[in-house]
Structure formats: structure tokens, C-alpha cells
Design a protein around this ligand. Structure first.
Ligand code: NDP
Length: 283
């Protein structure tokens, strides 16, 4: 039987609508500041999309554009100003930064209470401790998709393919917090296919075109494809060989239209959460 398709576009639209309703009822407008350094065209598109989505959800978004030649100390100055600005609830520095600026100190300069990307080590550490924090947006989006698909997590075997700071590690922490039995596979894992075959929930975040094949998937498993890979002909495909895996899985996300739309929706959700926590409401 073919897998159920988990429609990330629809789940994200519902979340954005819910956020818009929430912000309309607030006595203040949550503020999001996005810092874009340099002229990476993909980053410019992401930032534009974030800006548009924020406006549509009742969030005041501002984009601070800095040249690629900016000195790290000047970028830090911008972050300090945003940290001190009471109207700014969330700060996001669009990655990647130009080579001359190491990202770590920049991310660590963001006030953890305004860290809507969830990349500050304080938030990352709290997440590992199972504390409810501003969690990174892509893994948070995956958790919402799993909930929308009705995939049981308690006691389930979950395999996270990839161990990046942005996706794999926080993904594993969120699945663990949901009482799954979690394995993380990476480039040094001896038999990735065999690890995958045991998973009731398989989350692929490797950045390798269609690496996960149909015979890696346990029949009936839920397969979440975080990967975004552009083929030479311009098409976007995931880390999962979709047709093969959909023939075996119980539920699966497409690319595009799966995890991608959830990331921005979860960023808006984190912005509202940060605003409520900072301004004394519930979040
Ligand atoms: P990274 O390159 O930072 O991490 C990739 C991970 O995959 C690493 O842990 C690496 O292992 C592992 N890996 C690479 N090759 C293999 C292999 N052959 N076998 C097993 N493991 C392997 O990528 P990201 O986590 O940032 O992103 C992953 C994918 O998700 C990309 O396609 C990216 O575009 C996409 N993405 C999508 C988002 C969305 O909104 N939908 C948001 C963020 C990312 P090791 O650590 O050993 O090197």
C-alpha cells in the first residue's frame, strides 16, 4: 500500500493562521529582526520569505542588511543593539556568514531569550536536558509533522540520519524528549541501511540526493525527508528516494512541500513564544 503523504504546506499554513490569530489577540506586536550579511542569493530569498511570512502572521519584521565586508565587531554591535531593543523579541542571523566571520561568536552574542533559531549553546544545552526552550525551527517543524501524521513516538525506534547542530542533534533531543528510542547515524556509521531498517520513524538530514532507498525503510514506518538538494536541471529533491520509499513507508513527506514550509512557520512560532516569555505572558 502506498504511504500517506504528509502535507507540510497545509500543516504550515494552519500553523501560520493559528499564529496570526494569536498575535491579533495580543496587546503588542511581536518583533523579529533578521540580520543578512553579504549578497548570497539563496539567503536573500530565505530572508524575503521570512519577512513576508512574518508580516502575514502579525509579526513586525525588520531586515538589517550588512555588506559582506562588514567587520565582525560591527556585526556584534548590531546584535548588541537588537539585544537591547525592547521592541525586538527575536533575532536571527542568516547563515552562512562570509568566510571572514566565524559564526560561533556571532550566534553566542545573541540574547538567549531572543534566540529564535535556537542555536545559542545555552538553548542547545537546555534542549539536550529536556527543558522546554526555543528549539531550532527545522526539527521543531518535523515534530509538528509527526504529530499531524499521528505517528506514535513513545517507545518507538527513531533513527536520525545526520548529526549537525542545526538539524540532526536537536532533532534527536526532541525525539528523545517525546520518549522515542533514538539512534543517530552519521558518515562514520558502519551500516546506515541496516540502522534505517529498524526505525519506526526515520528522519533523513544528510544533504545527499536520494540516499535513503526503498529497501532501507521498515514497512509502515514514517519517513521524514529534511534534505533539500538541487539537481543540475534545477529540480529540488530530498535525501530520500521518494517513489521507492513511499511504496514501503506508512507515511512520508515530499520534497518540496514537506519539511521546508514548516521551518519558517516554526520561526514565527518561536518569535511569538519569545515575545510572550519576555513580555510576561505565557509562551
Ligand atoms: P550538514 O552537512 O551540516 O550535516 C550532514 C550530516 O549528514 C552530517 O552529520 C554528516 O555526518 C551526515 N552524512 C553525510 N554524508 C553521510 C553519509 N554518506 N552517511 C551517513 N551520514 C552522512 O547538513 P545539515 O544538517 O545542515 O542539512 C542536512 C540537509 O537538510 C541538507 O540537504 C540541507 O539542505 C537540509 N536542510 C533543510 C532545511 C529545511 O528547512 N527543510 C533546513 C536545514 C537543512 P558527519 O557528521 O559524520 O560528517
Amino acid at each position: 500500500m502506498a504511504a500517506r503523504v504528509i502535507d507540510g504546506t497545509a500543516v504550515a499554513a494552519a500553523l501560520r493562521a493559528q499564529i496570526a490569530e494569536q498575535t491579533a489577540a495580543l496587546p503588542f506586536t511581536p518583533g523579529l529582526a533578521v540580520v543578512l550579511v553579504g549578497d548570497n542569493p539563496a539567503s536573500a530569498v530565505y530572508v524575503r520569505n521570512k519577512d513576508r511570512a512574518a508580516q502575514g502572521a502579525g509579526i513586525a519584521a525588520q531586515t538589517i542588511r550588512l555588506p559582506a565586508s562588514v567587520f565582525a565587531k560591527d556585526l556584534m554591535g548590531v546584535i548588541e543593539r537588537l539585544n537591547a531593543d525592547p521592541e525586538v523579541d527575536g533575532i536571527l542571523v542568516q547563515l552562512p556568514l562570509p568566510d571572514a566571520i566565524p559564526p560561533r561568536p556571532v550566534l553566542e552574542a545573541i540574547d538567549p531569550a531572543k534566540d529564535v533559531d535556537g542555536f545559542h549553546p545555552l538553548n542547545a544545552g537546555r534542549l539536550q536536558d529536556g527543558i522546554d526552550v526555543l528549539a531550532p525551527c527545522t526539527p521543531s517543524g518535523v515534530m509538528r509533522l509527526l504529530a499531524a501524521a499521528g505517528t506514535p513516538l513513545r517507545g518507538a525506534r527513531a533513527l536520525v540520519l545526520g548529526r549537525s547542530t542545526i538539524v540532526g542533534r536537536p532533532m534527536a533531543a526532541l525525539l528523545l524528549a517525546a520518549d522515542a528510542t533514538v539512534t543517530i547515524a552519521h558518515s562514520r556509521t558502519v551500516d546506515v541501511a541496516q540502522e534505517c531498517r529498524q526505525a519506526d520513524v526515520l528522519v533523513a538530514a544528510v544533504g545527499r540526493t536520494e540516499m535513503v532507498r526503498g529497501d532501507w525503510v521498515k514497512p509502515g514506518a514514517t519517513v521524514i525527508d529534511v534534505g533539500i538538494n538541487r539537481l543540475p536541471d534545477g529540480r529540488l529533491v530530498g535525501d530520500v528516494a521518494y517513489a521507492e520509499c513511499a511504496a514501503v513507508a506508512g507515511a512520508i513527506t515530499p520534497v518540496p512541500g514537506g519539511v521546508g514550509p514548516m521551518t519558517i512557520a516554526c520561526l514565527l512560532d518561536n518569535t511569538v513564544k519569545a515575545a510572550l516569555r519576555r513580555r510576561g505572558g505565557r509562551g
